[in-house]
Design a protein around this ligand. Structure first.
Ligand SMILES: Nc1ncnc2c1ncn2[C@@H]1O[C@H](COP(=O)(O)OP(=O)(O)OP(=O)(O)O)[C@@H](O)[C@H]1O
Ligand SMILES: [Mg+2]
Length: 247
């Protein structure tokens, strides 16, 4: 079954959508549109009645909700309908508190005071929290922003890779169609999550001839005959829009 992202121009690139219950990675540099792409994906599903969960590890959900409210994705309505959920699993001791606007939005980031509070959550803690949400709210579409914030709980590289692979294997069993956001610093070096995922999408954001150029490229998508070209990305009132070949 193909899961439509609803992002204009994208589903056509991947034979109509993402294969259900698989794990994908969206990688890109800062400001390349990763969050916008993923919230659009969740909002599209939510409007069709599929519950979407956006897990933040670095930023407060409120900032993302505020930014995405500029688009016509109906983020606030979908949150109130409990079809769109935001969970803050950032480096804090307490994240059980719910604010009054919506009981499914966790509060603003608090500045950590002790070393244990500053520690990034381990893959197993993140997975346990997510699995509880998925079971309780029957989540179908899942986004984790970002997986780069999980990895560095140990300095041992081989241990990090093992942890990440196990984390992705566990996610595959959840029954959700999942997108992991990963920060891209070096486009020529592939990361563990990119190897382990079913599909990888790159979002580019670069200066070309003094103009900021945005592009999207499907790097891999198992089981799918996909478009491999760099495609022009544009923002409109709905969010991102994928257009023709990058000139
Ligand atoms: N209405 C708009 N029109 C054009 N560009 C916009 C508009 N709104 C936001 N942007 C661009 O989108 C960028 C933010 O997109 P988004 O938050 O999805 O990126 P990101 O890849 O998640 O970034 P980060 O790595 O910081 O999390 C902004 O930096 C800005 O350049
Ligand atoms: Mg972002």
């Amino acid at each position: 079954m193909r899961i439509k992202t609803g992002i204009e121009g994208f589903d056509e690139m991947v034979q109509g959508g993402l294969l259900a219950e698989r794990v994908y990675v969206v990688s890109g540099p800062p400001g390349s549109g990763k969050t916008t792409f993923c919230v659009q994906y969740l909002a599209h599903g939510a409007a069709l009645g599929e519950v979407g969960l956006y897990v933040t590890l670095l930023e407060s959900p409120q900032n993302i909700i505020d930014d995405m409210s500029n688009y016509s994705m109906n983020v606030l309505t979908l949150i109130k309908m409990r079809k769109l959920l935001f969970a803050d699993l950032g480096p804090r001791m307490e994240y059980g508190y719910m604010d009054e606007m919506n009981e499914y939005i966790t509060p603003e980031y608090e500045v950590a005071t002790s070393a244990s509070e500053r520690e990034a959550p381990s893959p197993s803690i993140v997975f346990k929290e997510i699995a509880a949400y998925v079971a309780e709210y029957n989540v179908k579409r899942l986004v984790i922003d970002s997986v780069s914030a999980i990895r560095f709980t140990t300095r041992d590289m081989s241990l990090q890779e093992k942890e990440m692979s196990r984390f992705i294997r566990n996610l595959k069993k959840l029954g959700c169609t999942t997108i992991l956001i990963s920060e891209m610093t070096d486009p020529s070096a592939y990361s563990t999550e990119q190897f382990a995922a079913h599909g990888v999408i790159f979002m580019h954001n670069f200066l070309y001839d003094k103009t900021m150029t945005r592009a999207l490229q499907v790097i891999k998508m198992r089981g799918t005959k996909h478009d491999c070209n760099m495609r022009d990305v544009n923002f409109n009132d709905q969010g991102l829009q994928i257009r023709g070949l990058l000139e």
